[in-house]
Write a protein that binds this ligand. Structure first.
Ligand SMILES: *Cc1c(COP(=O)(O)O)cnc(C)c1O
Length: 460
């Protein structure tokens, strides 16, 4: 299996190169040259199988040229050893044919753990084989940072730099990052938005001399390894239900929902993929109005989705255009210049065959938390609530509706309190965080400054 870039001018390459590089050298995102295919009986056989075995099966179709079966099995086993649900991604019914797919049972209580734990395990194995070190620079809207730190903190030959938008993440999210005791973890509180942080990562990559000098790599969802690991739960959920489902996915950077498209391209029967956004509704506008245009970023109750540039949308555009790399390159460069892209009718039609979209504001988010609590006694987090709010508005389709539950409510006690009048109980994983010392550097939104900071820490 070789991987190609959405912009068409990077040479096809192996899984481990994709893993270690993150972004393709032509600025595009990697995708498999052709999607591996799983048969219907194979997919049905995932019902009742261990999550780790399904993950091994699906991941091996991507990783075979780079990792032996034994290496992959060991990586997957370690990745999920510290989850607090034996099913890893359990499905629970909340009534009227709606289900929550609980993706928050990992060490940092958000779905990012499911992919980043695997990525960390594969990363250290690939690096050990290749030799040398790697510098990871990650922009985070709140959850990727802590999940990357949990997955990569303390690993040899890896330095981890995590930039979060200062004051735009919840206290729990910040503490999960800044209280890491590992010497290879460096936190930056950026004076700017998540989009600014993501823009800095892209500009550091574009500085090819800098990127090569520090062996820079990305663990954001632009890294295809994350998408590969995230396909798995679409398969396990569908197999468990025994019938194709509509998946409602709280969306920011379009990685988690694109994993649903990937699963479907690999042969999974998916009824529909519903993009659920908060007030940062760039993806809802793109689907509904045909214009992908980024506006000002709003701070909402679901900060991990306060995103106005959905990086992974490039992958969906590439596929929707019939894998037209020339068009994708031109479209992305237009968008970078004008912050706006009018989708051609054929591309829009292809997207609409697969996706619907629905935006919810903070009032609707609070109402969804309250409604689920009243109906079931369950407390959901505000990101999951954006999904539930969308699911309530699409009415009752014929297929079961699976809402991806992307975070544990205890990460967002303030939003929960606003909705139901009391905070969620604190899980063991978070107790004592407040008493630990924090380490972070507050830096201005300036790529040159960030570069100097990275150099100074690497030389220290
Ligand atoms: C990252 C995140 C999302 C959005 O996922 P994308 O892959 O960026 O679309 C949703 N909810 C939570 C809790 C997250 O951490």
């Amino acid at each position: 299996m070789k991987f190609i870039s959405t912009r068409g001018s990077a040479p096809p390459t192996s899984f481990s190169n994709v893993l270690l590089a993150g972004l393709a050298p032509d600025g595009g995102l990697y995708l498999p040259q052709s999607w591996p295919q799983l048969g219907a009986s194979q997919i049905a056989s995932f019902k009742g199988a261990r999550y780790q075995d399904v993950a091994f099966h699906i991941l091996s179709s991507f990783t075979r040229d780079s990792f032996s079966d034994a290496e992959l099995r060991a990586a997957v086993a370690s990745a999920y050893a510290d989850f607090d649900a034996p099913e890893i991604a359990p499905l629970s019914e909340i009534g009227e044919g709606r289900y929550l797919l609980e993706l928050f049972h990992g060490p940092t209580l958000a779905f990012k753990d499911i992919a980043l734990q695997v990525l960390g395990q594969l990363f250290s194995r690939a690096l050990a084989k290749r030799g040398g070190r790697a510098t990871i620079v990650a922009a985070t809207s709140g959850d990727t940072g802590s999940a990357a730190i949990a997955a990569l903190g303390g690993l040899p030959n890896i330095e981890v730099f995590v930039m979060h938008p200062r004051g735009r993440v919840s206290d729990v999210q910040r503490l999960q990052m800044t209280t890491s005791a590992h010497a290879n973890v460096h936190n930056i509180a950026l004076e700017g938005s998540f989009d600014d942080a993501q823009g800095i990562v892209k500009s550091l990559f574009a500085d090819t001399q800098f990127a090569a000098e520090v062996s820079m790599t990305a663990v954001n969802s632009i890294n295809f390894a994350r998408i590969a690991a995230q396909c798995v739960y679409y398969f396990t959920a569908t197999a468990q239900l025994g019938t194709p489902a509509t998946f409602v996915v709280p969306t920011g950077n379009f990685g988690d929902i694109f994993a649903g498209e990937a699963a479907s391209r690999m042969g999974l029967d998916v009824a529909r993929l519903v993009i659920a956004t908060n007030a940062n509704d760039i993806m809802a506008r793109a689907l509904n109005d045909g214009i992908y245009a980024s506006g000002a970023s709003h701070a909402t109750l679901s900060p991990s989705m306060d995103i106005q540039v959905a990086s992974n949308f490039e992958r969906a555009l590439f596929e929707a255009s019939g894998r037209d790399a020339d068009w994708t390159t031109a479209a992305m460069s237009d968008f970078a210049r004008t912050r706006k892209l009018e989708l051609p009718a054929t591309v829009l039609a292809a997207l609409r065959e697969r996706y619907s979209a629905c935006a919810s504001d903070d009032t609707q988010t609070r109402a969804a938390i309250a409604a689920v609590h009243k109906l079931t006694g369950r407390i959901i987090d505000p990101h999951t609530a954006v999904g539930v709010a969308a699911a309530m508005r699409i009415g009752k389709p014929h297929s079961p509706v699976v809402i991806l539950s992307t975070a544990h409510p205890a990460k967002f006690p303030q939003a929960v309190t606003e909705a139901i009048g009391a905070p969620p109980p604190e899980p063991k994983r978070l107790s004592g965080l407040k008493d630990l010392p924090e380490r972070l550097e507050i830096l201005a939104n300036d790529p040159a400054l960030i570069k100097r900071f990275i150099f100074s820490r690497l030389r220290a």
